[in-house]
Design a protein around this ligand. Structure first.
Ligand SMILES: *[C@@H]1O[C@H](CO)[C@@H](O)[C@H](O)[C@H]1NC(C)=O
Ligand SMILES: *[C@@H]1O[C@H](CO)[C@@H](O)[C@H](O)[C@H]1NC(C)=O
Ligand SMILES: *[C@@H]1O[C@H](CO)[C@@H](O)[C@H](O)[C@H]1NC(C)=O
Ligand SMILES: *[C@@H]1O[C@H](CO)[C@@H](O)[C@H](O)[C@H]1NC(C)=O
Ligand SMILES: *[C@@H]1O[C@H](CO)[C@@H](O)[C@H](O)[C@H]1NC(C)=O
Ligand SMILES: *[C@@H]1O[C@H](CO)[C@@H](O)[C@H](O)[C@H]1NC(C)=O
Ligand SMILES: *[C@@H]1O[C@H](CO)[C@@H](O)[C@H](O)[C@H]1NC(C)=O
Ligand SMILES: *[C@@H]1O[C@H](CO)[C@@H](O)[C@H](O)[C@H]1NC(C)=O
Ligand SMILES: *[C@@H]1O[C@H](CO)[C@@H](O)[C@H](O)[C@H]1NC(C)=O
Length: 490
């Protein structure tokens, strides 16, 4: 290497390390209920005006980055062609945009000195036709687009084209020294990009605009957000669309150590901004100091009755084992197709009703939910009756008190394994103060999810979910074929 090149590298390193000084930052996530006007253009413009209103209020609390949800500007538009615009790539440093929606967002970012994250429908002229994407866009405080993420894992969006992870420029470093990754909605439950994005060790914080319609009991909004933070040990800023008739609510700010800094879930239509300080060296002492919206921040849930919740629970396909809770210290295992989970559960002797039913269950097999392909899950579930179909459903309030639950699974250490620890209470929030670890051991991996010292929560579900959403390429199918053949010939 010539001296000249060395010098160049050196100065580059210095610039980088100056930028790498991290500081705590103030974030806002907006759960947003979109306005629907008569024409698509008017819908987006009405929502843009609301966004600017939120940005102005966020500035009063010195917010440095604000996150709006997926489909927030367009509403749940099913015909992308009526809404989609061209969006320049992050490499283009320009702050002048052809489309005035982008211009408006860029100006708001500059005027309020704030990183602004929005989701839009994007169009791109291809050779023969026009392609449409579900796209997150990040503006920096200078008004430039610094990141763009085209949703990789679409969920019932037939007119859209999935983004390509290699082409997505969805990682950026802010002027306050934090490196963020961005992905959207169903992406959070797929190895690519939810785990691959963390292969860049600089990424300590994830931005998650979503329009998440919850499914009981294993795919509830706050539950999945909390699970991702526990599994990935990063901070998470999750902004959900508010559409209670579609089961969409549940946004939050999560710290890398598993603390839920702030959350919001409601059955009442409306928008809600949560603001909190996020520590870059996480501790449990985090401040939640302001909010702006239709209700005061309360870390709470209100009028949940109106929050529609879909259900995805094929009880006839799962293996169940009823727990004998009068044993108080329970150790049981349940398996389905060689996927096994061991549970250790302690029940309080002072609050015990032996007629109440808790089951443990396991499943491994094909999924029939959106574009998920193969699922594994095992969980403790509360049941209303001996009818297994009532397990993990709404409005179950068992009086028997669980003091601690530990679930453990020991699986092959696959490169693309992506396991999430999920928990849900009767109030549709995660169980607080849980701990989740994974350890590699002789080609296997052991996942442990623990809630000790459970307070008053009435647990609906507590377990581990994995989505083996691997698209088999022709090559890997060939390899699998050869392996199967070898096995048969043995
Ligand atoms: C929106 O589109 C409609 C129909 O194309 C048009 O009549 C109307 O003028 C547009 N509104 C604005 C504010 O541009
Ligand atoms: C918005 O309103 C238009 C016109 O009233 C209607 O056709 C469309 O379905 C609505 N979209 C949503 C997402 O509610
Ligand atoms: C979507 O909207 C465009 C433009 O209004 C229209 O030509 C097209 O038929 C629509 N597509 C669908 C699937 O509704
Ligand atoms: C939280 O919400 C409940 C129900 O809406 C209300 O009664 C209570 O006063 C709120 N608490 C705070 C601290 O705002
Ligand atoms: C449940 O456990 C209790 C205490 O160990 C025992 O007395 C009882 O027989 C068990 N019930 C069943 C159905 O196994
Ligand atoms: C359950 O109770 C037993 C006996 O008191 C104790 O050894 C064990 O650690 C407890 N389990 C958990 C998960 O806290
Ligand atoms: C115990 O649970 C059963 C089944 O849920 C219920 O019918 C019964 O009323 C409960 N008993 C008490 C004392 O709460
Ligand atoms: C979680 O743990 C922290 C620290 O031990 C404690 O201050 C907090 O009250 C706990 N939260 C809940 C909901 O149990
Ligand atoms: C995970 O590891 C931490 C630190 O070693 C420990 O405190 C915690 O109990 C472990 N959690 C589980 C579920 O094993």
């Amino acid at each position: 290497m010539t001296n000249y090149k060395k010098l160049f590298l050196l100065s580059f390193t210095i610039i980088c390390s100056v930028q790498m000084i991290q500081s705590d930052y103030i974030a806002a996530v907006v759960e947003y209920e979109p306005i629907n006007a008569t024409f698509p253009n008017e819908t987006v413009e009405a929502n843009l005006a609301q966004y600017v209103y939120f940005i102005e209020h966020a500035q009063l609390s010195s917010v440095q980055i604000i996150v709006f949800p997926e489909y927030g500007l367009t509403g749940l538009a099913d015909n992308a062609s009526e809404y989609a615009i061209e969006i320049p790539n992050p490499t283009d440093n320009s702050i002048h945009f052809e489309h005035f929606w982008l211009e408006k967002l860029s100006n708001a970012a500059v005027a309020h000195s704030m990183y602004v994250v929005v989701n839009l429908l994007e169009k791109e002229k291809a050779e023969k036709n026009i392609l449409y994407y579900n796209t997150d866009v990040v503006f920096d405080t200078k008004g430039r687009i610094v990141a763009k993420h085209r949703k990789v894992n679409l969920f019932q969006e037939p007119l859209l084209t999935p983004g390509n992870s290699e082409q997505n420029k969805n990682i950026f470093t802010t002027d306050f020294g934090v490196t963020f990754g961005v992905f959207t909605c169903a992406d959070i439950s797929f190895y690519n990009p939810a785990k691959t994005i963390l292969s860049n060790p600089a990424v300590t914080d994830i931005i998650f605009p979503t329009a998440w319609g919850s499914f009981l009991p294993f795919f509830h909004s706050l539950s999945i957000q909390n699970a991702y933070t526990l599994a990935s040990k990063v901070n998470l800023l999750a902004a959900n669309l508010n559409s209670v008739e579609n089961g969409m609510s549940g946004s939050g700010i999560y710290a890398a150590d598993g603390t839920i800094i702030s959350y919001y879930l409601s059955g009442k239509p409306g928008s809600k901004m949560q603001i909190a300080t996020v520590k870059t060296t996480p501790t449990s002492e985090t401040t939640v100091f302001d909010t702006y919206g239709y209700e005061p921040l309360n870390n709470t849930i209100s009028t949940l009755d109106n929050l529609n919740t879909n259900r995805y629970f094929d009880s006839e396909k799962y293996v169940f084992k009823r727990l004998n809770i009068s044993q108080l210290n329970i150790k049981e295992e349940v398996c389905h197709r060689s996927f096994c989970c061991a549970f250790s559960i302690n029940v309080s002797s002072t609050a015990l009703n032996a007629s109440e039913i808790y089951q443990i269950m396991a499943y491994r097999g094909p999924a029939r939910i959106g574009e998920l392909r193969n699922l594994k899950f095992c969980s403790l579930v509360a049941c209303k009756s001996s009818d297994l179909n009532t397990c993990g459903d709404r409005n179950i309030k068992l009086t028997s008190k669980l003091e601690s639950v530990l679930v453990e699974t020991n699986v092959l250490d696959e490169r693309e394994g992506f396991y999430l620890p999920i928990s849900l209470t009767g109030d549709l929030v995660p169980v607080f103060n849980t701990s989740y670890n994974s350890t590699a051991y002789k080609g296997a991996r052991i996942y442990k999810y623990l809630a000790s010292n459970i307070k008053q929560e009435n647990i609906l579900a507590f377990g581990i979910v994995a989505n083996d959403g691997i698209t088999l390429s022709f090559n890997s199918m060939l390899i699998v074929g050869i392996l199967v053949l070898k096995h048969l010939l043995r």
